[in-house]
Design a protein around this ligand. Structure first.
Ligand code: SAM
Length: 259
């Protein structure tokens, strides 16, 4: 399945799925993917994961444990796309909880703003365009930082993690939901088949294009596994770093604290 992988050859290249591309061009290519899928993103998420992403996101929200009473608590959801995590968080938490959705894609944020207004949550959720690698927020601002299916899209994971640490208040919670390494024999074969054979075809049928979905699948295989990613989070300064596998490791939630 991974025969076509071209290794990034030097420090000026980065992997875009299985292709090595000039580092400075990678984010633009990622942005093209999300601009092209934005309007169908939520539908495709359900189709591609068979609804599993909803269960995984519910686990993330449970771990976030937003205050239910009147205590103010502000979440920053980076790479927040169409606002799914922020809306789930706002519905779960009390009236003084609020969220900022930050995403680099204006197209994804436009869909997000529309959904947030339709849900009547615009007073508690704000959308801000920005890059995870250089967040447009002051240091020590947020009680919690989440990033769901977002960090594998950034070019420099270490910079995004350093920014997560910077914008959190002392005592702040970091949580990342991301695809990971499937660790269950047989399930890993089925998952490979689904990823490389079914998902691009579904993309073509339901959204009219296979390529963006090929990138999404390939970028998952490029992402560090559970232990390697936990090490990166520790290196960014977070304490008590731990992770929990979901569906045999197809996805994982990594957590840490800014102490
Ligand atoms: N978090 C949402 C969810 O779980 O449904 C959306 C995830 S979507 C797979 C990935 C998102 O990452 C896209 O909205 C994309 O625009 C965003 N993204 C990619 N690179 C980014 C960057 N450097 N900074 C901020 N957002 C980025």
């Amino acid at each position: 399945m991974t025969d076509n992988i071209s290794e990034p050859s030097n420090e000026n290249t980065a992997s875009f799925g299985f292709r090595a591309v000039p580092e400075g061009e990678r984010q633009g290519l990622v942005n093209e993917v999300f601009a092209s899928v934005a309007e169908r993103y939520d539908l495709m998420n359900d189709l591609m994961s068979g609804g599993l992403h909803r269960l995984w996101k519910r686990d993330l929200i449970t771990m976030l444990n937003a205050p239910r009473g009147d205590r103010p608590f502000q979440l920053l959801d980076v790479a927040g796309g169409t606002g799914d995590i922020a809306m789930r968080f706002a519905r779960d938490g009390g009236p003084a909880t609020s969220a900022v959705v930050c995403d680099i894609s204006p197209e994804m944020l436009n869909v997000g703003r529309r959904r947030i207004e339709e849900a009547g949550l615009q007073d508690r959720i704000t959308c801000v365009e920005g890059n995870a690698e250089s967040l447009p927020f002051a240091s020590g601002t947020f009680d919690a930082y989440t990033i769901a299916f977002g960090i594998r899209n950034v070019t420099h994971i270490d910079r995004a993690l350093a920014e997560a640490y910077r914008v959190l208040k002392p005592g702040g919670r970091f949580l990342c939901l991301e695809f990971s390494e499937c660790q269950v024999p047989v399930l890993d074969r089925l998952y490979d088949f689904h990823s490389f054979e079914i998902i691009p075809r579904l993309g073509k049928l339901a959204a009219g294009a296979a390529e963006p979905y090929r990138y999404l699948v390939e970028s998952i295989r490029r992402f560090p596994n559970q232990e390697m990613f936990a090490d990166l989070i520790r290196k960014a300064g977070f304490a008590r770093v731990a992770y929990r596998n979901l569906t045999g490791g197809i996805a994982a939630i990594h957590g840490g604290w800014k102490i």
